[in-house]
Design a protein around this ligand. Structure first.
Ligand SMILES: [Zn+2]
Length: 278
């Protein structure tokens, strides 16, 4: 288990070693040089105070520089490469979904070759919509083991952040996600996949069962309460608590009963989306 400080420094280091991070560091050094030289040329100011102030503000200056470097890169890319397509992950109302926050990149992989001045073995990471990244081989060796424990940030390009977990690569445009967040999202995704599979089996079983015409009956009060408690009063798809409905996992029309097992909480929007899928 990593301590929060290690995670914080790790997250910073992952950014600092990118091109954008190097520019941020250069910019931070430039701000320092400016602060100290202006203090030196001003008789009312002491250099020691300027150095102290700079050290205290170092983190803030670095992050401001990171932001600034991102802005500059975007502008530069816009001028040189044309405006990149605005890659939004998911539609606005799907932002909460795990799939939309984190997408698998089936084309991403790591490969090795020999080259450079000393014909050394080199490691590269390639992914969709990004140039190849040269990887440090010692770091790669460490990641090889780490990726099974906790996702690792392999590379970042523009607003795409590439994560490696188990044997798959994922990308997100959310810079603020840490390894623990990515791990949680992958876990939720796996659960969702299992639920979909169960649902598919249930639909198939219901479709092959004889259809009996029944009168639609109201869901008993105790069943409603049990479902509400189990699903914690939230939509099981998006965790929203607006406009919730009791949804039959196997539709009533296909023989689904009004039991706790066959009912789930869905918000109106997710329920509608499910209706389209079935
Ligand atoms: Zn919902």
């Amino acid at each position: 288990m990593k301590r929060p400080l290690d995670r914080l420094l790790g997250g910073w280091w992952a950014r600092a070693k990118t091109t954008r991070g190097i520019w941020a560091t250069v910019c931070t050094a430039g701000v320092g040089a400016l602060m100290i030289s202006s203090a030196a040329s001003d008789p009312h100011n002491s250099v020691a105070a300027a150095v102290g102030g700079y050290l205290i503000l170092f983190a803030a200056i670095w992050w401001a520089s990171w932001w600034f470097a991102g802005r500059c890169a975007r502008m530069w890319n816009g001028l040189v490469l044309g405006t990149p397509p605005d890659v939004k992950v998911g539609r606005p109302w799907q932002q909460g979904g795990t799939r939309q926050q984190l997408r698998e990149d089936a084309n991403a992989r790591i490969f090795h070759d020999r080259g450079g001045i000393l014909i050394r073995k080199r490691a590269w990471f390639i992914a969709t919509g990004a140039p190849p990244f040269r990887l440090d081989r010692a770091r790669l060796a460490r990641w090889e083991g780490e990726r099974f424990e906790s996702p690792v940030l392999v590379a970042a390009f523009r607003d795409r952040y590439f994560w490696w977990s188990d044997d798959a690569f994922y990308w997100t445009n959310r810079a603020e996600l840490g390894a623990a967040d990515v791990k949680a999202l992958l876990f939720a995704r796996e659960r969702q996949r299992e639920r979909e599979l169960e649902h598919a089996h249930a639909v198939m079983a219901a479709a092959s069962a004889p259809v009996v015409r029944r009168k639609r009956e109201p869901i008993p009060r105790d069943v409603r309460q049990a479902v509400w408690r189990r699903d914690e009063g939230r939509c099981i798809e998006c965790a929203g608590d607006f406009d919730l409905q009791y949804d039959h996992v196997i539709p009533f029309s296909m023989g689904g009963a009004a039991t706790v097992e066959n009912l789930q909480l869905l918000c109106a929007r997710c329920n509608q989306a499910k209706g389209g899928r079935l």
